[in-house]
Design a protein. Structure first.
Ligand code: WT7
Length: 661
């Protein structure tokens, strides 16, 4: 695509420098960039000193590309760092967790109570024959036991493999087999959308499907009190074995490179990859980023990350980042619309949440639901907002800041991946300015760039591939059991550079704009156009709540741009039973994109739809939309959050306008 057309979108006039008050009190200081720039490894060693080590490391980094070891020779215990040391420092009565069940039941856990629970669970795991190096699969709803189970595993050096509770028995079975898990920790069920939803049957089914038969026991938390099938000798109740265990547990330290967890990423294609993270470097970077990116003040902040614990965001920014910093946080079991669509805002007011971390897909959903719902609640406690998971379009960014942040909160758009383990690119609140839609700069200690086909850095104003040029402490150490795939997937595109799979642009100031996966770039009449850019242009139209764009094979242009659009409340009602009005909106939107991005980016086709197909982590499954746009039989839909949406979209397609001009 012509750079001239695109610069319209990238020419973001609005910048939000830190306010003087915020900057004066900020955790992050401007000299971080200099310190990291002058002596990068020395900088990371300073960050590692946030933790309590039993044995100090000999070397900060041993780098044999693409295999890294950080803090070589150091030993520590992750659970002690996340829990015990805060109790030892006199914070045993501080609340670690305000937990809210979907039905409205609540629990709170102080650091002292969390230490007892984690110690009990660690003892129970040992009794069940789990030792250092044994893999434990965790398949739980968003209940405190999920956090306790992860920490108990960490405490005894048993790598956990958390499988998101929404995944099917088949997905669970393949993950159990790949890692040869010895134990599964699950629950009878959890609450979602106002009803108890069973989990244990999926575990039973997965163990029947499992080929390796590595699992010896299933540890079951009672949450919903549903009836569960029981396999004597294999299944044990959490309240029995953990409940009766001692709260005394002496933690042993592990090597800095001891495996901490495996987390499978499916992405939108391919066989899931078991991403391996280890102990010392991972904890260092999540602790450092949590403190600085969220400006965390342990005495006063109440933090809430709305992700599920089954995603990396839950691992790094519900469990290890916040707890290693002694944070107080909120955890919520259910969906945002239960029992009403203002549940989140009610919780922010109830707990006085100061730091909120969520995803653009949620923000756009709330935009669609309207400004009135957040306005019903007192959100004045909020002082910083975060975003992660996909590019946040400027419209959603501005809405987030205005409606949720009362036009006063900084926003941190954080770019990272399951593979990077921790935040890599983000504004530094109190130090750097933010621009709506840009993740800005690599954090101090991180080296990233945008390169062209030949691995040459692009100049300011140019676009290309996002790469990480130096190893970082929380980087993945490999793909579980498959070093070749690790090299091939991340290190083969460009020599000695980690290729993240994302496209990005540098604007005239050198700030970074993430453009989504490079697989999502369309080739229209010889021009590269990113789906993100067209989506962003569509969402900048006042009638549009959400948009997903795909390239469909086109006989004349190579690929044609097909847009699936959800209109905002009023606009959607206005066209509901009025085909003519719908057609007028469609033409208006096509013209709007042409105006913002240039005629080359004008969608061939715009379809008004009620929903979009998303994975359970909120990523749009463009692959399925491409199937629809190219009139193909639909591919695998098992990772869809709501499998029925594709039927709705298929029906919509027949009614959609087509215009080949
Ligand atoms: C992919 C990683 C990182 C935790 C949640 C997702 C996209 C993530 C951003 C952002 C633009 C983003 C990228 C990345 N992504 N954050 N702030 N701006 N894109 O983890 O499932 O491993 O996905 O999410 O495409 O590669 P994940």
């Amino acid at each position: 695509m012509s750079n001239e057309a695109l610069s319209n979108l990238l020419h973001e006039e609005r910048t939000f420098p830190p306010s003087e008050d915020f900057a004066a009190a900020a955790v992050a200081k401007a000299d971080l960039y200099d310190r990291a720039g002058t002596d990068r490894l020395g900088f990371w060693a300073e960050q590692a000193d946030r933790l309590q080590w039993e044995t100090r490391w000999d070397d900060v980094l041993d780098w044999r590309p693409p295999f890294a070891k950080w803090f070589v020779g150091g030993t520590l215990n992750v659970a002690v760092n996340c829990v015990d040391r805060h109790v030892a420092a006199g914070h045993g009565d501080k609340v670690a967790l305000h937990w809210e069940g979907e039905p409205g039941d609540t629990r709170s856990l102080t650091y002292g109570e969390l230490k007892d629970e984690v110690s009990r669970a660690a003892n129970a795991l040992t009794t069940l024959g789990i030792g250092a190096g044994d893999v434990v699969a965790i398949y739980l709803p968003m209940i405190p036991e999920a956090m306790v189970a992860m920490l108990a595993c960490a405490r005894i050096g048993a790598p956990h493999s958390v499988v998101f509770g929404g995944f099917s028995a088949g997905a669970l079975a393949s993950r159990i087999d790949d890692a040869k898990a010895k134990l599964v920790i699950t629950a009878d069920g959890g609450y979602r959308r106002g009803a108890a939803s069973a989990l244990k049957p999926a575990v039973d089914e997965s163990l029947e499907m499992s080929e390796g038969k590595s699992v010896q026991n299933v540890l079951v938390v009672r949450r919903t009190e549903q009836d569960v099938a029981w396999t004597e000798g294999r299944d044990v109740w959490w309240h029995d074995v953990v409940g009766s265990a001692s709260t005394e547990h002496t933690a042993q330290s592990f090597d800095a490179e001891h495996p901490l967890f495996i987390l499978y990423t499916s992405g939108t294609t391919g066989k899931p990859k078991g991403i391996l993270h280890t102990t010392g470097g991972y904890l260092t970077q999540v602790a450092y980023t949590f403190a600085n990116v969220f400006d965390h003040k342990p005495e006063t902040d109440v933090y809430w990350c709305t992700a599920d614990i089954g995603w990396v965001t839950g691992h790094s920014y519900i469990v290890y980042g916040p707890l290693s910093n002694g944070a107080t946080q909120v955890m919520y079991e259910g969906t945002p619309d239960t029992p009403h669509k203002a549940r989140w805002w009610e919780l922010v007011a109830k707990y006085g949440v100061t730091l909120l971390f969520t995803a653009p897909t949620a923000i756009r959903t709330f935009m669609k639901w309207g400004d009135e719902l957040p306005a019903e609640h007192d959100l004045s406690s909020l002082r910083l907002l975060g975003s992660v998971g996909e590019p946040i379009n400027p419209e959603a960014w501005i809405w987030y800041r205005r409606v949720i942040g009362g036009d006063r909160t900084p926003i941190v758009d954080t770019w990272w991946q399951t593979e990077t383990g921790a935040i890599m690119i983000s504004p530094l609140p109190g130090v750097t300015a933010a621009k709506p839609g840009s993740a800005m700069r690599p954090l101090p200690g991180i080296v990233a760039d945008v390169v062209d086909d030949q691995a040459k850095p692009v100049p300011d104003g140019g676009g290309g591939y996002l790469v990480l040029s130096e190893p970082w402490p929380s980087m993945l150490r490999g793909i579980w059991g498959d070093d070749e795939r690790y090299k091939e997937t991340y290190w083969s595109r460009f020599p000695d550079l980690y290729f993240a799979g994302d496209g990005a642009k540098k604007d005239e100031d050198g700030d970074l704009w993430l453009l989504g996966r490079v697989d999502d770039v369309m080739l229209v009449s010889g021009h590269n156009i990113s789906t993100t850019e067209v989506e962003s242009a569509l969402v900048s139209h006042p009638k549009v709540a959400e948009a997903a764009v795909v390239g469909a094979t086109d006989p004349t242009t190579g690929q044609g741009i097909v847009a699936f659009v959800i209109l905002r409340g009023d606009a959607a009602e206005a066209v509901a039973d009025d085909a003519e009005a719908g057609e007028a909106v469609i033409q208006d939107l096509r013209g709007h994109v042409a105006k913002v991005l240039g005629p080359i980016a004008k969608p061939r086709q715009v379809l008004l739809v009620a929903e979009l197909p998303k994975t359970r982590s909120g990523k749009i499954m463009r692959r399925l939309l491409r199937d629809v746009a190219e009139h193909r039989e639909m591919g695998d839909v098992t990772t869809l959050a709501d499998p029925t949406v594709m039927n709705l979209i298929g029906e919509g397609l027949d009614k959609g306008a087509k215009d080949e001009e």
